[in-house]
Design a protein. Structure first.
Length: 326
């Protein structure tokens, strides 16, 4: 993350303040002016794995639409009007199971520099009622805060809007980058957590469990609403033992009574993405466990329900049932 050898810039993006900041930050990178980000990002025959080893940056201007209805497979936490938005495409981490590798043809990171247009779209949506928005689904905004401070920008924006509820999801331990901000009632900081050995094996480049737990503890101490996302639960050998011990570790550090809520999600993926990614990732056994394809074309484990119930039972020892989703 400390440097990108190349930055591709849409000609029309160059004068945006965000583009200028990023270019200043990476002044040694080779700059290539392009017509449209899709000319680079959507090129055929790209090698996602090779690009992951040497990721390039693309600065672009996003045209409408800015907001998309929340996907069925994602938890809405009881909120109406669930939408997501993607101010950045792709992520600096490299989780074996990441659905982005089946979604995008390229591993390069696209930053949309016209953040104000995203905010404008949110305002227009809010004219029609409340909005539950997730801007950190197709990326990890907090992990990228050192490149472009979009986590802070979204938090500051949300703090000034009535009727908006926002979830900022992350695997980052980079809480220090936003610790100067006052907690905002409209914002939930959501950490995805996996057992230490699962994170080490399948969540390449992401911070350790311990580092994430320290970040959560600090955020809670500062008064933020914190969500714990226990997904994807993976069917590793001895999963009962591993996931049981994991929860004990989490709540030995995180004060359960201060946690806003939590969700549980057993590994699941759209059938087409599953096929594409399992072909791409011959370096992992994460797709080797027995799966079934459920109604709606969602691939998951045969014993998904058993895993969910097991985890739910254990989590209920720490959190009241009304604060557990999924
Ligand atoms: S943190 Fe999320 S978005 Fe980033 S690589 Fe992992 S699964 Fe993908």
């Amino acid at each position: 993350m400390s440097k990108f050898s190349h930055i591709y810039i849409e000609e029309r993006a160059t004068n945006y303040p965000v583009a200028q900041q990023v270019l200043k930050r990476f002044s040694d990178s080779k700059r290539v002016i392009i017509r449209h980000y899709k000319d680079v990002f959507n090129r055929p025959h790209q090698d996602f794995r090779r690009q992951k080893a040497s990721t390039k940056l693309i600065l672009a201007v996003k045209p409408e639409p800015f907001l998309y209805p929340g996907p069925e497979v994602c938890e809405s936490f009881g909120n109406q009007n669930f939408y997501y938005t993607s101010p950045i495409l792709n992520c600096i981490y490299d989780c074996h199971y990441c659905y982005l590798q089946g979604l995008y043809p390229s591993a390069n990171i696209v930053i949309f520099v016209n953040i104000e247009d995203f905010f404008g779209a949110v305002d227009r949506q809010l004219e029609g009622g409340t909005l539950y928005l997730c801007p950190s689904y197709d990326t990890d905004l907090l992990a990228l805060e050192g490149i472009v401070p979009y986590a802070s920008r979204w938090i500051e924006f949300a703090g000034t809007r009535q009727g908006l509820r926002m979830e900022l999801r992350t695997k980052s331990a980079n809480y220090g980058a936003i610790a100067h901000l006052k907690p905002v009632e409209q914002v939930i900081l959501a950490w995805s957590l996996s057992p230490g050995e699962v994170a080490q094996r399948y969540e390449r480049l992401a911070p350790t469990l311990k580092a994430r737990l320290s970040a959560i503890k600090a955020a809670l101490q500062d008064g933020w609403q914190v969500r714990l996302c226990f997904e994807p639960l993976l069917k590793v050998d001895n999963w009962q033992q591993i996931y049981g011990k994991f929860l004990d570790e989490v709540f030995s550090i995180v004060p359960a009574e201060r946690v806003f809520d939590a969700n549980i999600g057993v590994f699941r993926m759209n059938k087409e993405q599953f096929k594409r990614i399992s072909r791409l990732r011959s370096d992992t056994d994460v797709f080797a466990f027995p799966t079934v394809c459920r109604e709606g074309g969602v691939v998951t484990y045969e014993d998904e329900e058993e895993m969910r119930e097991f985890f739910y039972r254990h989590l209920s020892r720490y959190l009241p049932q009304e604060r557990i989703y999924g």
